[in-house]
Design a protein around this ligand. Structure first.
Ligand SMILES: Cc1cc2nc3c(=O)[nH]c(=O)nc-3n(C[C@H](O)[C@H](O)[C@H](O)COP(=O)(O)OP(=O)(O)OC[C@H]3O[C@@H](n4cnc5c(N)ncnc54)[C@H](O)[C@@H]3O)c2cc1C
Length: 392
């Protein structure tokens, strides 16, 4: 892969809306991505391998639990800082951002919000440093968009719970130390359980042959009469709202992350358009290529404004799940459109690993699907404005 010459677009001078601390956090993450991620990521993606050596650095830039209080090892940052970190990591690769999102919002968040003090102290500091990597088991082979129909279940055996079932498409599963697993009790109520690697009957086979998120490990979680200690149940929230609360936090991070991928594609295509000569002039001097670039920067700017405002609402505790759905859906679709146009602008070079665009494009096919598909988020907006749930 070529040297990383990334220059972030800021067409509406949005840096003026950030504090000095925000900019410092963002610039630290940006420099780390340039130094540690860009030189190796293409190779790892081609080999379909998660670069584990990035784990300590991810922890240092605040990639694990940016908004978790410092008393539990988190960075104690606000929601804009969290978003900016996700933007920078995904500028490098959506798969690396996925690991960071899962760890922060789908593992640390539920332990912090729904766990007891003992669970917080036991797991959060180790997750914050990356000593432990976690995964989040909600999706099942027959229940993706409709997780409420899940079949994974646990029975109260007196001194422990007995867990049975299977989860599918789980990021980080193949090497995770712990899994936050959503399962129904005998009354059909959904609860979160912390399952640890090494528990008898718990296996995590890897999912192979992905064309997308190749630098992120994906797998299944299989529970065959797993004895889970009673103290591993998250006591403070149950019902479908518990996993959905985690998804709100992760989807918000994805909305920022997608901007990072889009910025990288735009910046690469812009530079290429000035250097690539055809018919004796740079392709960037042609109207058709300018149309693509002008639309890209317009859409990136709109997404930046949408997401910044959402961050302010999150900081004030006023952001709704439906607002988060809108941003996730809009920004990922925007990034995917930009990746596709940017890839075309590079002609044949666009399909090679010399440039990051095709990797972003393929990654975004997962991002547009996970954490609620593009269509499901549209239906959430539809439900929010009409009051009718069309997906049921
Ligand atoms: C790389 C990757 C990583 C993932 N990581 C995780 C993870 O860490 N943890 C986890 O729990 N899950 C994870 N997922 C799972 C992901 O969240 C699901 O794939 C997603 O929710 C969609 O579920 P599904 O694949 O079963 O598709 P389905 O739900 O079967 O949907 C298929 C299609 O039907 C559409 N559809 C479904 N219902 C309706 C409806 N009512 N009306 C109209 N259209 C509808 C969908 O929009 C979609 O286009 C991951 C997925 C991928 C690809």
């Amino acid at each position: 892969m070529r040297p990383d010459l990334f220059q972030a677009p800021d067409y509406y001078l949005l840096d003026d809306l950030l504090t000095d601390e925000h900019k410092l956090i963002r610039d630290t993450a940006r420099a780390w991505v340039k130094r540690e991620v860009s030189p190796i990521i293409e190779d790892f993606a081609q080999r379909a391998e998660f670069p584990k050596q990035l784990i300590p650095g991810l922890a240092e830039i605040g990639g694990f639990g940016p908004y978790i209080p410092t008393e539990y090892g988190g960075a104690g940052l606000d929601q804009i800082s969290y978003g900016l970190i996700m933007q920078e990591i995904e500028r490098g690769d959506s798969g690396i951002r996925s690991t960071s999102s899962v760890q922060s919002s789908l593992v640390m968040y539920p332990i912090w919000k729904y766990g007891n003090e003992e669970q917080r102290n036991k797991y959060l500091p180790k997750l914050a440093t990356g000593e432990y990597i976690g995964c989040f088991g909600l999706t099942e082979p027959d229940h993706g968009s409709n997780p409420g129909g899940m079949l994974t279940n646990f029975k109260d055996m007196g001194d422990h719970y007995l867990l049975n079932g299977a989860k599918m498409w789980i990021s980080n599963a193949p090497f995770a130390d712990i899994a936050v697993v959503w399962a129904k009790n005998e009354e059909g109520r959904i609860h979160g359980l912390i399952v640890e690697r090494g528990m008898e009957g718990f296996t995590t086979p890897e999912t192979h042959n992905k064309w997308s998120l190749r630098a992120s490990a994906t797998g299944e979680l299989i529970f065959d009469n797993v004895k889970v200690p009673k103290e591993n149940l998250l006591p403070n929230k149950s019902g479908l709202g518990a996993p959905l609360g985690c998804l709100d936090s992760a989807r918000y991070g994805i909305a920022w992350g997608a901007i990072g991928a889009a910025m990288d594609c735009y910046d690469t295509a812009l530079r290429y358009s000035k250097e690539r000569i055809q018919f004796d002039k740079p392709i960037g001097a042609t109207q058709l290529q300018q149309k693509k670039l002008a639309e890209m920067i317009t859409e990136i700017t709109k997404a930046q404004l949408l997401t910044w405002r959402l961050g302010v609402l999150r900081n004030e505790g006023r952001a709704t799940s439906a607002q988060i759905s809108m941003a996730k859906r809009n920004n990922v679709a925007m990034a995917l459109d930009i990746a596709r146009d940017a890839r075309q602008m590079l002609g044949g070079m666009g399909i090679t690993g010399e440039y990051s665009i095709m990797r972003h494009m393929m990654n975004l096919e997962s991002v547009v699907t996970y954490e609620g598909t593009h269509d499901i988020h549209l239906l959430i907006t539809g439900m929010d404005v009409t009051g009718f749930a069309a997906f049921k």
